[in-house]
Design a protein around this ligand. Structure first.
Ligand code: DX5
Ligand code: ZN
Length: 212
């Protein structure tokens, strides 16, 4: 039976003056999660929004919020993003020494913990925290901006993680983010991705529902 692949449209490529409309659009185009990219200008060279925007958007749609924290010291922000309504809350392994503790804290607060790695980080670096994560986000570009090209080599990590998951009997979802579009989605899914993030491919499409 074919696997059901989930789609998480990223509103990073939407008009930030109309974020509420963008969240509704995600529903309209058939997205499964709303992917919200939080950037701090430190971990990545760009700034987006914080917990207030997430809280203000929470009432706009019933879809789960998939919040991707591209911020240093995410431990200082878990409470606020959970309170704001994050369902899935993903931190970067590279952004904190204490990733295991942060993942456990997200779970304790009722969120679904996610852990992400940038292209330069090997999949093996995740080994000690895989039991603590409900989602592993493999960045297929260097995070910070939408509209970049997928780095093909990153998909080997998706394959490796799928193998590790099976070998260890774990159940985390594998998500890919960056440069996913109608040309690259197939290779990501073939590699083992369960959740596909797409920003520019959907928000710049003439017919986003068709693109989904
Ligand atoms: C990039 C963000 C992505 C971004 C993807 O740092 O994490 O979620 O929105 O954009 P596209 O799909 O245009 O590469
Ligand atoms: Zn993202």
């Amino acid at each position: 039976m074919p696997r059901r692949v989930l789609i998480a449209p990223s509103v990073l490529s939407a008009d930030f003056g109309e974020l509420a409309r963008a969240c509704r659009a995600v529903e309209g185009m058939g997205g499964d999660f709303v992917h919200l990219d939080v950037m701090d200008g430190q971990f990545v060279p760009n700034l987006t929004f914080g917990p207030k925007a997430v809280a203000d958007l929470r009432g706009v749609t019933g879809l789960p919020f998939d919040v991707h924290l591209m911020i240093e010291r995410p431990e200082s922000w878990v409470d606020r993003f959970i309170d704001a309504g994050a369902d899935w809350l993903t931190i970067h392994l590279e952004a904190t020494v204490h990733a295991q503790r942060v993942l456990a804290e997200i779970r304790r607060r009722g969120g679904k913990p996610g852990i992400s790695i940038v292209p330069a980080t090997p999949a093996e670096a995740l080994s000690e925290v895989l039991d603590d994560a409900d989602l592993v986000l493999v960045m297929t570009v260097n995070p910070g901006f939408g509209g970049q090209q997928l780095i093909p080599r990153t998909l080997r990590k998706v394959e490796a993680l799928a193998r590790t998951r099976a070998a260890r009997g774990l159940g985390f979802l594998i998500e890919v983010d960056g440069g996913i579009n109608r040309d690259t989605a197939r290779s990501a899914v073939d590699a083992g991705a369960d959740v596909i993030v797409a920003g520019s491919a959907l928000f710049e499409a003439e017919d986003p529902a068709r693109e989904v």
